[in-house]
Design a protein around this ligand. Structure first.
Ligand SMILES: Nc1nc2c(ncn2[C@H]2C[C@H](O)[C@@H](COP(=O)(O)OP(=O)(O)OP(=O)(O)O)O2)c(=O)[nH]1
Length: 203
Protein backbone atom coordinates (compact mmCIF):
# COMPACT_ATOMS: atom_id res chain seq x y z
CA UNK A 1 0.00 0.00 0.00
CA UNK A 2 1.73 3.25 -1.09
CA UNK A 3 2.24 5.75 1.75
CA UNK A 4 -0.11 8.71 1.20
CA UNK A 5 1.37 12.23 1.49
CA UNK A 6 -1.69 13.21 3.53
CA UNK A 7 -0.86 14.30 7.09
CA UNK A 8 -4.34 15.29 8.26
CA UNK A 9 -5.95 13.48 11.24
CA UNK A 10 -9.00 12.60 9.09
CA UNK A 11 -9.50 11.96 5.36
CA UNK A 12 -10.34 14.95 3.19
CA UNK A 13 -14.13 15.32 3.17
CA UNK A 14 -15.36 15.91 -0.40
CA UNK A 15 -18.71 17.71 -0.48
CA UNK A 16 -19.54 16.38 -3.92
CA UNK A 17 -21.44 13.58 -5.65
CA UNK A 18 -19.01 13.74 -8.57
CA UNK A 19 -17.18 10.44 -9.16
CA UNK A 20 -14.75 12.36 -11.35
CA UNK A 21 -13.71 14.63 -8.49
CA UNK A 22 -13.29 11.71 -6.09
CA UNK A 23 -11.16 9.84 -8.64
CA UNK A 24 -8.90 12.88 -9.19
CA UNK A 25 -8.21 13.14 -5.45
CA UNK A 26 -7.67 9.39 -5.02
CA UNK A 27 -5.34 9.38 -8.05
CA UNK A 28 -3.25 11.92 -6.11
CA UNK A 29 -3.05 9.34 -3.26
CA UNK A 30 -5.28 11.41 -0.97
CA UNK A 31 -7.69 9.67 1.44
CA UNK A 32 -11.20 10.86 0.61
CA UNK A 33 -14.60 10.55 2.25
CA UNK A 34 -17.65 12.02 0.54
CA UNK A 35 -20.85 13.66 1.72
CA UNK A 36 -23.52 14.98 -0.61
CA UNK A 37 -24.00 18.74 -0.26
CA UNK A 38 -27.61 19.63 0.60
CA UNK A 39 -27.72 22.68 -1.66
CA UNK A 40 -30.31 23.60 -4.30
CA UNK A 41 -27.90 24.85 -6.97
CA UNK A 42 -30.55 26.15 -9.35
CA UNK A 43 -32.31 28.07 -6.55
CA UNK A 44 -28.99 29.58 -5.43
CA UNK A 45 -28.21 30.46 -9.04
CA UNK A 46 -31.58 32.18 -9.45
CA UNK A 47 -30.86 34.28 -6.33
CA UNK A 48 -27.41 35.22 -7.70
CA UNK A 49 -28.44 36.53 -11.12
CA UNK A 50 -25.89 39.38 -11.09
CA UNK A 51 -22.82 37.20 -10.54
CA UNK A 52 -20.29 36.61 -13.32
CA UNK A 53 -19.91 32.92 -14.31
CA UNK A 54 -16.64 32.51 -12.33
CA UNK A 55 -18.19 34.20 -9.27
CA UNK A 56 -21.28 31.99 -9.61
CA UNK A 57 -19.04 28.91 -9.57
CA UNK A 58 -17.28 30.24 -6.45
CA UNK A 59 -20.61 30.99 -4.77
CA UNK A 60 -21.94 27.48 -5.44
CA UNK A 61 -18.68 25.79 -4.41
CA UNK A 62 -18.66 27.73 -1.13
CA UNK A 63 -22.32 26.86 -0.43
CA UNK A 64 -21.65 23.15 -1.01
CA UNK A 65 -18.54 23.12 1.20
CA UNK A 66 -20.18 25.05 4.02
CA UNK A 67 -23.32 22.90 3.94
CA UNK A 68 -21.19 19.80 4.64
CA UNK A 69 -18.79 21.52 7.07
CA UNK A 70 -21.80 22.45 9.22
CA UNK A 71 -22.66 18.72 9.48
CA UNK A 72 -19.11 17.56 10.16
CA UNK A 73 -17.37 19.96 12.60
CA UNK A 74 -13.61 19.73 12.88
CA UNK A 75 -13.08 18.36 9.36
CA UNK A 76 -11.38 19.80 6.29
CA UNK A 77 -14.14 19.97 3.66
CA UNK A 78 -13.77 20.54 -0.07
CA UNK A 79 -16.63 21.80 -2.24
CA UNK A 80 -16.46 22.43 -5.98
CA UNK A 81 -18.56 23.69 -8.85
CA UNK A 82 -18.11 24.05 -12.56
CA UNK A 83 -19.89 26.59 -14.76
CA UNK A 84 -19.79 26.48 -18.54
CA UNK A 85 -19.93 29.93 -20.11
CA UNK A 86 -20.16 30.55 -23.86
CA UNK A 87 -20.10 34.27 -24.66
CA UNK A 88 -21.87 35.04 -21.39
CA UNK A 89 -24.52 32.32 -21.69
CA UNK A 90 -24.33 29.77 -18.85
CA UNK A 91 -24.98 26.13 -19.76
CA UNK A 92 -25.82 23.27 -17.40
CA UNK A 93 -25.66 19.52 -17.55
CA UNK A 94 -27.94 18.39 -20.42
CA UNK A 95 -31.05 16.59 -19.19
CA UNK A 96 -30.95 13.98 -21.96
CA UNK A 97 -29.42 13.11 -25.32
CA UNK A 98 -31.63 15.55 -27.23
CA UNK A 99 -30.63 18.42 -24.92
CA UNK A 100 -26.98 17.41 -25.31
CA UNK A 101 -27.28 17.52 -29.10
CA UNK A 102 -28.93 20.96 -28.94
CA UNK A 103 -26.30 22.28 -26.52
CA UNK A 104 -23.40 20.97 -28.59
CA UNK A 105 -24.89 22.58 -31.71
CA UNK A 106 -24.74 25.92 -29.88
CA UNK A 107 -21.11 25.32 -28.80
CA UNK A 108 -20.02 24.04 -32.23
CA UNK A 109 -17.23 26.05 -33.84
CA UNK A 110 -17.01 28.37 -30.80
CA UNK A 111 -14.82 28.73 -27.75
CA UNK A 112 -16.38 28.25 -24.32
CA UNK A 113 -14.98 28.64 -20.82
CA UNK A 114 -15.15 26.08 -18.04
CA UNK A 115 -14.86 27.88 -14.69
CA UNK A 116 -13.91 25.33 -12.03
CA UNK A 117 -14.19 26.73 -8.52
CA UNK A 118 -13.07 25.15 -5.26
CA UNK A 119 -14.00 26.10 -1.70
CA UNK A 120 -12.28 24.78 1.43
CA UNK A 121 -14.31 24.94 4.63
CA UNK A 122 -14.07 23.69 8.20
CA UNK A 123 -10.46 23.67 9.40
CA UNK A 124 -9.26 25.72 6.40
CA UNK A 125 -11.20 28.57 4.75
CA UNK A 126 -10.22 29.36 1.18
CA UNK A 127 -11.65 29.65 -2.33
CA UNK A 128 -10.24 29.83 -5.82
CA UNK A 129 -11.38 29.44 -9.41
CA UNK A 130 -9.48 28.30 -12.49
CA UNK A 131 -10.69 28.65 -16.08
CA UNK A 132 -10.06 26.46 -19.12
CA UNK A 133 -11.01 27.52 -22.62
CA UNK A 134 -12.11 24.89 -25.11
CA UNK A 135 -12.80 25.35 -28.81
CA UNK A 136 -15.13 22.92 -30.53
CA UNK A 137 -14.67 21.94 -34.15
CA UNK A 138 -17.47 23.08 -36.48
CA UNK A 139 -19.88 20.11 -36.12
CA UNK A 140 -23.00 19.49 -38.19
CA UNK A 141 -26.04 17.70 -36.76
CA UNK A 142 -24.89 14.38 -38.23
CA UNK A 143 -21.50 14.57 -36.45
CA UNK A 144 -23.12 15.67 -33.18
CA UNK A 145 -25.63 12.82 -33.32
CA UNK A 146 -22.82 10.35 -34.07
CA UNK A 147 -20.84 11.66 -31.08
CA UNK A 148 -23.82 11.38 -28.69
CA UNK A 149 -24.52 7.86 -29.94
CA UNK A 150 -20.84 6.99 -29.33
CA UNK A 151 -20.59 8.59 -25.87
CA UNK A 152 -24.01 7.42 -24.69
CA UNK A 153 -26.65 9.31 -22.75
CA UNK A 154 -25.16 8.64 -19.31
CA UNK A 155 -21.84 10.19 -20.26
CA UNK A 156 -23.32 13.23 -22.00
CA UNK A 157 -25.58 13.91 -18.99
CA UNK A 158 -22.74 13.62 -16.48
CA UNK A 159 -20.92 16.81 -17.34
CA UNK A 160 -21.82 20.43 -18.00
CA UNK A 161 -20.52 20.38 -21.56
CA UNK A 162 -22.01 17.02 -22.50
CA UNK A 163 -18.53 15.55 -22.90
CA UNK A 164 -15.70 13.83 -21.03
CA UNK A 165 -12.41 15.15 -22.35
CA UNK A 166 -10.64 11.91 -21.34
CA UNK A 167 -13.31 9.93 -23.17
CA UNK A 168 -15.03 10.17 -26.58
CA UNK A 169 -15.47 13.90 -25.97
CA UNK A 170 -11.94 14.42 -27.20
CA UNK A 171 -13.23 14.02 -30.78
CA UNK A 172 -15.19 17.28 -30.44
CA UNK A 173 -12.29 19.64 -29.96
CA UNK A 174 -10.08 21.81 -32.09
CA UNK A 175 -8.12 23.06 -29.04
CA UNK A 176 -8.08 22.94 -25.25
CA UNK A 177 -6.30 25.64 -23.22
CA UNK A 178 -6.00 25.00 -19.51
CA UNK A 179 -5.11 22.31 -17.04
CA UNK A 180 -6.68 18.89 -17.61
CA UNK A 181 -7.94 18.70 -14.02
CA UNK A 182 -9.57 22.11 -14.44
CA UNK A 183 -11.55 20.73 -17.39
CA UNK A 184 -12.56 17.71 -15.30
CA UNK A 185 -13.90 20.02 -12.59
CA UNK A 186 -11.24 20.02 -9.85
CA UNK A 187 -8.07 22.09 -10.45
CA UNK A 188 -5.48 19.98 -8.65
CA UNK A 189 -2.36 22.14 -8.77
CA UNK A 190 -3.74 25.17 -6.89
CA UNK A 191 -5.63 22.84 -4.54
CA UNK A 192 -2.47 20.89 -3.65
CA UNK A 193 -0.56 24.16 -3.17
CA UNK A 194 -3.16 25.26 -0.61
CA UNK A 195 -3.25 21.92 1.17
CA UNK A 196 0.57 21.97 1.33
CA UNK A 197 0.61 25.54 2.71
CA UNK A 198 -1.92 24.51 5.37
CA UNK A 199 0.32 21.60 6.45
CA UNK A 200 -1.82 18.73 5.11
CA UNK A 201 0.78 17.28 2.74
CA UNK A 202 4.15 15.69 3.59
CA UNK A 203 5.75 16.98 0.36
N1 LIG B 1 -15.00 12.77 -16.31
C1 LIG B 1 -15.23 14.06 -16.67
N2 LIG B 1 -16.10 14.80 -15.92
C2 LIG B 1 -16.29 16.09 -16.32
C3 LIG B 1 -15.67 16.67 -17.44
N3 LIG B 1 -16.10 17.97 -17.54
C4 LIG B 1 -16.95 18.18 -16.53
N4 LIG B 1 -17.06 17.05 -15.78
C5 LIG B 1 -17.92 16.81 -14.61
C6 LIG B 1 -17.25 17.17 -13.30
C7 LIG B 1 -18.45 17.40 -12.41
O1 LIG B 1 -18.89 16.17 -11.87
C8 LIG B 1 -19.50 17.94 -13.38
C9 LIG B 1 -19.64 19.43 -13.21
O2 LIG B 1 -20.88 19.67 -12.60
P1 LIG B 1 -20.99 20.23 -11.09
O3 LIG B 1 -19.85 21.13 -10.79
O4 LIG B 1 -22.37 20.75 -10.95
O5 LIG B 1 -20.77 18.96 -10.17
P2 LIG B 1 -21.73 17.72 -9.96
O6 LIG B 1 -23.17 18.12 -10.08
O7 LIG B 1 -21.27 16.61 -10.86
O8 LIG B 1 -21.41 17.26 -8.48
P3 LIG B 1 -21.52 18.13 -7.15
O9 LIG B 1 -22.39 19.34 -7.46
O10 LIG B 1 -20.13 18.53 -6.80
O11 LIG B 1 -22.13 17.20 -6.16
O12 LIG B 1 -19.04 17.67 -14.70
C10 LIG B 1 -14.77 15.85 -18.21
O13 LIG B 1 -14.19 16.27 -19.22
N5 LIG B 1 -14.57 14.57 -17.78
Amino acid sequence: MPRSPWTGPHPLLLASTSPTRRLLLESAALPVETAAPDVDERALEAQSAGLSPPDLALHLARAKAESVAARFPGRLVLGADQVLDCDGTVFHKPADAAAARAQLARLSGRTHALHSAVALAGTVQDTFVETARLTLRPLDDRAIAAYVACAGEDRVRASVGGYQLEGPGIHLFESVAGDHSTVLGLPLLPLLARLRAAGYLAF
